[in-house]
Every structure is written in C-alpha cells, then in structure tokens.
Design a protein around this ligand. Structure first.
Ligand SMILES: [Zn+2]
Length: 243
C-alpha cells in the first residue's frame, strides 16, 4: 500500500502520459491550421474581423476544450489515487500539474494570437500602402498647395490653407482609419507583449506594459498623441487598471 504500491505508480504514470498527450494535442490543433491560415491572411483586405473569428474558434479548440478535459480527468484520477492508498501529498502534487499545464497552454496561446494578429496587421498595412495617394492627400482642394497633414492622419480636421486662405476639411481615408485599429493597435500589442506576460505574475510589470503599449501608439499615431497620453496616465494612476 501507499505511494510506492504498483497500483499508485501505474495510475500516476497513466496520468502523466495523459497530460503529455494533451500538450501534444495542443500543438497538433495549431499545426493543422497553419496552411489554411496562410491562405486567410493572403486574402485579407482592410480589416481583421475574420482573424478575430478564427482566433476565438482556435482558443476554444485548444485552451478551453483541453482545459475542460484535463479538469474532468483530474477528478477521476484523484479518486483512483486515494482509493489505491496514495498519500494526500502525492494526490495534491499530481492534481497541481493541471494548473501548470493550463497556465502553459494559456501563455502559448497568447503568443500564438499576438503573432497571428501582427501577421494580419502587416498584410493590411501592405494593402493600405498600395492605395494611398500621397500627393492627393496633402494638397489644398482650391489651389493645390501642400497642407500640413501627415499621410497617416487619423482624425478629421479643418485646416486653413496658407497659400489661398480657403478652409479645407480633411477626412481621413477609411483605409487610413482602419490602420489605427487593424494595424497599429495589434502591432502595439506585439511590441508590448513581453511586458504583458510578465504582468501575469508580477503586477508591477503592468505599468511597464501600459507605457510600452501607449508609447507605441503615441509614436505611430502622432495626431492622437494627447489622447493616448491621457489614457496612459489614467491607467498609471487609477488602481482599477492594476488588478
Ligand atoms: Zn489653398
């Protein structure tokens, strides 16, 4: 009887084999999506809505479903181990392995997801760049003089032309607006990803994450710098965002 009994050993061995299979299954699901995902990204135009849908489905097939499987199996194995006379320390140790595995899956999935959205973002950026007429977007509609507007301006503004004095209403192209949400935001997430991972176990790192994330947005969307700065300061000073 006890932990060294062949019965307890056999149950523990089977359990550890099962956990390894779950890990392998996680990779298998994602590997199967590689080729289809290449096709999806190749066909993306100006938004990443399809990527959101795919990512939700994949998270369900990996993290959610596999975690449920592990939880159900853990209850069964716990009962078997107790029945076979295992010590409560051993039972606790074996059961604790599910937290390690689930945490691992969540982190692996976050890595996969941030990379996937960044790939889509780069593809959208490539598409947008093909359709931006730099000359057209800079010039006064009346006299054709250059206006102080960045090609990637994200906000509608009224501007008085220095040459002729007429007021131009600048409306950003829809594709340019799409850049903010479908390109720059996911790339900011990618840039700040290691800080986000650290913040899972070290709440102090959350501030570093916000600084890096908003820093990226401020650098890349200069039109909205003050807006992002306000958001950042709110996150750095309001304890609600640190939980
Ligand atoms: Zn003008």
């Amino acid at each position: 009887m006890g932990n060294s009994s062949p019965e307890v050993q056999a149950i523990a061995e089977r359990w550890n084999g099962f956990l390894k299979k779950i890990e392998a299954r996680y990779y298998e699901v994602l590997q199967q999506t590689e080729a289809p995902l290449d096709g999806v990204i190749g066909n993306i135009q100006y938004d990443n809505v399809i990527i959101h849908n795919i990512a939700n489905g994949l998270k369900n097939q990996t993290v959610t479903q596999l975690s449920e499987k592990v939880d159900v199996a853990a209850i069964k194995v716990e009962g078997e181990l107790k029945k076979a006379g295992a010590s409560s320390d051993l039972v606790y140790g074996e059961r604790n392995k599910i937290h390690v595995l689930k945490n691992w899956m969540e982190i692996e999935y976050l890595k996969f997801e941030v990379g996937l959205f960044a790939r889509a973002a780069n593809k959208i950026l490539e598409n947008v760049k093909k359709h931006i007429d730099e000359n057209k977007m800079h010039r006064c509609t009346q006299c054709g003089a250059e206006l102080p507007i960045n090609v990637f301006s994200f906000m509608a503004i009224n501007l008085k032309c220095d040459s002729c004095g007429s007021v131009n209403t600048y409306q950003p192209d829809d594709r340019v607006k799409a850049l903010e949400y479908y390109v720059i935001t996911p790339l900011a997430e990618e840039a700040a990803f290691s800080e986000k991972l650290k913040a899972r176990t070290d709440k102090g790192a959350m501030k570093e994450y916000y600084k890096k994330y908003y820093g990226y947005l401020m650098d890349n969307v200069p039109d909205k710098k003050s807006y992002y700065e306000r958001d950042l300061n709110e996150r750095l000073t309001n304890p609600m965002f640190m939980m």
